[in-house]
Design a protein around this ligand. Structure first.
Ligand SMILES: CC(C)(COP(=O)(O)OP(=O)(O)OC[C@H]1O[C@@H](n2cnc3c(N)ncnc32)[C@H](O)[C@@H]1OP(=O)(O)O)[C@@H](O)C(=O)NCCC(=O)NCCS
Length: 173
């Protein structure tokens, strides 16, 4: 028996023309989805890196939004279409993002719901580590956000270059 593996996605810059498909995935992915205006704002920032993953048919399978604030890159949205998950599409998009951010020793941060273990495992596999908590960060259910960082120190397995870092994931056991 032969198994047909899905073709690896193509990663390219996200464009305004992609936004109707992005909004459709966004609405299936989050209890409080981003609005169209939020995507338009992020795409308009010249320093940001916004990427799309597309399938063989050119349809959007996933997207990521990353904005630079001062010296830190904030990953603000990572989403994959529900019918394309666990195909390493998010892994490929984020790996591509790290290459496109062409500067020495870039620092990335993001927030993730404490209950979103799948996403936490994804980020951990890419060198992120938990470094703090934002209590009751998500307004829809009052859930805490885990703050994760990917820095030269986290890639060495420590939190030494993150001020006041305490790993909430390790504390929770
Ligand atoms: C989280 C999300 C982006 C992951 O995308 P994906 O393309 O399915 O992730 P990948 O296939 O690259 O996963 C890589 C690894 O991360 C971990 N992982 C990802 N999703 C997981 C899940 N649902 N459950 C458990 N582990 C998961 C696994 O270790 C996986 O490797 P494996 O498949 O070999 O076990 C996707 O599930 C999604 O869009 N979820 C809804 C939106 C969301 O929660 N975004 C993150 C907000 S911070």
């Amino acid at each position: 028996m032969t198994t047909t593996l899905p073709a690896p996605p193509t990663i390219r810059r996200l464009t305004y023309a992609d936004l109707p498909q992005v909004i459709a995935i966004e609405r299936r992915s989050y209890p409080t989805p981003w609005s169209l205006a939020m995507f338009v704002l992020e795409l308009s920032k010249p320093s940001g890196v916004c990427l799309a993953a597309t399938g063989e048919d050119g349809a959007i399978a996933g997207y990521t939004i990353c904005s630079r604030y001062d010296t830190v890159w904030h990953i603000m949205n990572v989403s994959v279409s529900p019918d394309r998950r666990r195909e390493r599409i998010a892994t490929k998009m984020l790996t591509d993002l790290f290459v496109r951010v062409d500067e020495p020793d870039p620092r990335f941060t993001l927030e993730v719901r404490r209950s979103n273990q799948g996403a936490i495992d994804l980020y951990t596999s890419l060198g992120f580590r938990g470094a703090g908590l934002r209590r009751r960060y998500y307004q829809d259910n009052g859930e805490d956000a885990v703050i994760m960082w990917r820095t030269p120190a986290t890639l060495r397995g420590t939190l030494d270059d993150i001020p006041n870092a305490v790993d909430p994931l390790r504390q929770a056991g």
